[in-house]
Structure formats: C-alpha cells, structure tokens
Write a protein that binds this ligand. Structure first.
Ligand code: PMP
Length: 302
C-alpha cells in the first residue's frame, strides 16, 4: 500500500495518514464525505460530487475551510500525486478536533482529508450472475431525524442493514422507510424495470440522491426508455421484470433475487445490461481530466 493521502493541508505517505482521536468525525461521526471515481485519467462527475459534499456540510452547519473550486483542485492533485488512471477518491470533512463533549463549538477547524485508493464493492460473480438482496428490518432513518440526503459519516443505519444482509448470506440489503415504501440499498440506490419503464424512488422519501442514479435516469431518457421517480412498495420489487442498484462504487449492479424470490428470468435483465453498457461508455468518455490541469504538479511523486 503505497501512495499519498491529503490530511489537513499536506500530503503524507498513506501509511502515516491519521487524524486525532479527539476528532469529532471519529468520536461522533460528525462530518461529511464523498466517493468519486476516476476512469482513464478523468474524474467522473466531479462538479456533482463536490456540490453534494458542500450541500451535506451546509445542512449540518459545517463550514468547509476551503471553497469548492479549491476542493476540486485538491481532488485532482491527490489523484495526480498517486499517479493513477483509475481510482476511487474519498474526500472527507469532519467537524475537527474537540473534546469529549459533543458540542460542535468545542471543535476548532474542520479536518479535511482526501484519500485516493481502489474499490471493488461486489465480487465479479455478482455482475455476471446478479446480486442477491434481502429486505432489512432496519428502516431508513426518517428525514426529520437524520436526513438521508446528507452524506454524513454517520453510517450506522446502513451498516445495521448491511449486517442483516451478511447474516442472511446475501450481497445487499434493501431498506424501506417508516411507511414501508422502498427507499434504497445500504450504500446504493435502487431501480425496478416494469413493462419497459424504469422507476426509482423520489429523493423526498428519504434517500441519498445518488450521482449515479441521476446519470442513469438521464442515460435511460437519452436511450428513449421511460424513466422516472416513483413511490413504490416491495410488491413492485417482487413482481418487477428487472431490478438493479446504482452507485459510484457499484456502478450498475443487476439484482436477481430478493427475499428468496427470483426476479424476472433470474439472470441480469436486458434493460439493465443495456444501461450498464451505456453507463460504461459515459464514464469512458466524460469527466474532468486529471493530468491536463493548469496547476499540474510535475511528476506525481508527491
Ligand atoms: N445511497 C447511499 C446510502 C450511498 O451511500 C450511496 C453512495 N455509496 C448511494 C446511495 C449512491 O450514490 P452515488 O451514486 O452518488 O455514489
């Protein structure tokens, strides 16, 4: 594991990258983050991810100590320093170092970290044969408790759901809101395909509005496939022609089994595969170039 991580104003060797045990990100999950992919030397949807990072921060009254444009430059520089063409970037901003009380006023300056690494969320088999998913008994935390629109460091709600999937030997967990409407998976958005239409739950139900989700809605419309936000229940999942999930790490993952029920043909569906191909073409074509930036540092040695 070699490479460089940005921590509070400087790049340090990855193995030396650390934050204080008094950091409220560590103590209380008080902070926000993003997950961003780099494909072929281009950062995919950089503006969208940075916008969501600043929106999440604003929602929890966390003032990121650098402006968004500088954050973008920092992300590009972090990838450059690691000399990678394909990567996963994780910017994190926490409330910073405080004391053992939760009061955010105790914290001085927010901590800014940018990690560059690789990610594979599900095994290759899952893409070839499809994912198996269970419905978690843990519901999404309601928007008036901890709004899922905020991509915060507090992921216990999703981790509890993921633990249920692990215990059941499944790949993923589907989460409902307190009214029983389908929301999203533990760390991905969910879609159903029914009679040639593509549906995904609306953001106001209490989900993270995924960057991949929005890209897939746009791709589907470009391909002439009716695609829209719609409130639906498990009945619509169980009787769907196809089910798939979306996320920066997962891209588009076909789901072939939910709660012991086989979805559609039991194989990754044709529409899902068409969207996956179009998505891969988009990620290969679009993005902010890492190595052509005017502020490019020579080398990438760090
Ligand atoms: N929902 C949750 C809870 C997530 O953590 C994520 C990101 N891993 C997503 C959905 C997908 O969002 P995106 O497409 O922006 O990665």
């Amino acid at each position: 594991m070699s490479g460089w991580t940005y921590v509070d104003g400087r790049f340090v060797p990855k193995e030396e990258a650390s934050v204080s045990v008094y950091d409220h990100g560590f103590l209380y999950g008080d902070g926000v983050f993003e997950g961003i992919r780099v494909y072929g030397g281009r950062v995919f949807k950089l503006d969208e991810h940075v916008r969501r990072l600043y929106e999440s921060a604003k929602s929890i009254l966390l003032e990121i100590p650098i402006p968004p444009e500088e954050m973008k430059r920092l992300i590009l520089e972090a990838v450059r320093r690691n000399g990678l063409q394909d990567a996963y970037v994780r910017p994190i901003v926490t409330r910073g170092r405080g004391d053992l009380g939760i009061d955010p006023r105790k914290c001085g300056r927010p901590t800014v970290v940018v990690i560059v690494d690789q990610i594979q969320l599900y095994p290759e088999r899952a893409y070839r044969e499809g994912l198996r998913m269970i419905t978690a008994t843990h519901r999404k935390s309601p928007s008036d408790s901890l709004n899922p629109r905020i991509k915060s460091l507090n992921y216990l709600n999703q981790i509890l759901a993921r633990l249920e999937a692990n215990l059941a030997g499944a790949d993923e967990a589907l989460m409902l809101n307190h009214e029983g409407y389908v929301c999203e998976c533990s760390a991905d958005n969910v879609f159903v395909v029914r009679s040639g239409e593509v549906w995904t739950p609306p953001a106001h139900l209490g989900i993270l509005r995924g960057v991949t989700r929005d890209a897939v809605l746009e791709i589907a419309r470009d391909l002439g496939i009716p695609a829209f936000e719609r409130t639906f229940t498990l009945h619509d999942v169980y009787t769907a022609d196809e089910v798939f999930l979306t996320g920066t790490g997962a891209e588009i993952g076909p789901v072939v089994w939910v709660d012991g029920r086989v979805i559609g043909s039991g194989k990754p569906g044709p529409l899902t595969l068409r969207l996956l191909q179009a998505y891969r073409e988009l990620t290969a074509r679009e993005g902010t170039p890492v190595y052509e930036d005017s502020l490019a540092a020579p080398g990438g040695s760090g």
